[in-house]
Design a protein around this ligand. Structure first.
Ligand code: HEC
Length: 319
């Protein structure tokens, strides 16, 4: 007699069934830079014992999503299919799509995964500088002159200013670098011009950043001149050329700074601080108004007149 195997069920042969499970019902890629692919994984699990026969279909209007594998698949019992889903937006737009997975798991034959994701413009930092040049005018040596400039972050990515350099050390600023400016932010920078020696200073300020326009260059100009000393250079001119007639006897007294600045008892102010050309004393020593001074001549040299005029233009200081 034959001995039967351990199988005690003498009825229909057992049918092994598949059981399909999908690990997501929706997937949001959120915001992705245009043209840069983002990948997610989807798992289709056959937790049954029988083979799963299925099909994966991607439904979309524009071809921004891709999935591998796609189409018909078979999955053995207790096996998992890993599908790679890629989203590559091509415009600033929110893209929807669906993945449909059907299988011969009769209790659960269809799964849908809804997809969404938006494209966003490539972030680019930008720097806008309020001035392309700054003029600090003419100042006396040792004094300083300040100008302000605004640096604005006008791109859609954070602006990183690595350095701001001056090619001449007569220029400096009050803001430390590196500097980080979020889109829309701006930074006011005060630039100081100062020199201990006289000269004309044409320089530049170079801003190095992560902006595509880098480096941004601002041209700077300023002049310094040595202050003419009243006591050292101007009073001696009066003493040797004018004092004989412009002493204490009325009219214009040229024996001291205070007397000079109090003007003529007959004709008012002799000096207009800051305006040499229109000051009476210059017009008289140039001979352009009234009789030439010194009366009876000879005229002062051009250099001597320039010294006086410069002293007035510099503010007629008691220095
Ligand atoms: C020789 C005498 C004499 C000398 C030197 C002289 N002045 Fe005069 N100055 C006069 C007389 C007189 C007047 C008044 C009449 C007139 O305005 O011409 C006068 C007038 C002036 C005035 C007009 C103001 C006022 O009070 O009428 C100025 C400014 C002036 N002198 C500047 C000078 C200067 C600067 C020098 C030297 C570089 C100088 N003078 C040298 C005789 C002199």
């Amino acid at each position: 007699m034959m001995i039967l195997g351990s199988c005690s069920d003498m009825g229909e042969p057992e049918v092994l069934l598949p059981l399909m499970e999908v690990d997501a019902s929706s997937l949001d890629f959120s915001t992705v830079t245009i043209g840069s692919p983002q990948t997610r994984q989807i798992q289709i699990v056959n937790s049954g014992e029988g083979q799963l026969n299925g099909e994966l279909t991607l439904i979309q209007d524009s071809s921004v999503y891709a999935i591998i594998p796609q189409g018909v698949f078979t999955l053995a019992g207790d096996d998992t299919l890993f599908a790679e889903l890629t989203f590559t937006p091509s415009a600033e737009f929110t893209y929807g799509a669906q993945i449909i997975i059907i299988g011969d798991d009769l209790g659960n034959p269809e799964h849908m995964i809804t997809l969404t994701g938006a494209g966003t413009a490539l972030p680019v930092p930008a720097l806008s500088v309020s001035n392309s040049s700054l003029n600090f005018g003419s100042i006396l040596t040792g004094n300083n002159s300040q100008q302000q400039i605004t640096l604005s972050s006008t791109g859609n990515d954070t602006l990183l200013i690595a350095s701001i350099d001056f090619d001449l050390d007569v220029y400096s600023m009050d803001v430390p670098t590196p500097l980080e400016l979020i889109p829309g932010a701006s930074q006011l920078v005060t630039i100081t011009f100062q020199s201990g020696v006289a000269g004309t200073f044409s320089g530049s300020m170079t801003i190095v950043s992560n902006s595509p326009s880098t480096p941004d260059v601002v041209s700077l100009s300023g002049e310094t001149e040595v202050a003419v000393s009243y006591a050292g250079s101007v009073q001696p001119i009066w003493n040797s050329n004018c004092g004989s007639c412009h002493g204490s006897n009325g009219g214009l007294n040229l024996t001291s700074y205070t007397n000079l600045m109090s003007g003529s008892s007959n004709n008012g102010p002799a000096v207009i601080p800051g305006n040499g050309a229109n000051s009476l004393i210059i017009r008289r020593i140039n001979g352009t108004t009234g009789g030439l001074m010194p009366q009876g001549g000879p005229a002062l040299s051009a250099t001597t007149i320039a010294t006086i005029e410069t002293w007035i233009n510099q503010g007629a200081l008691d220095n």
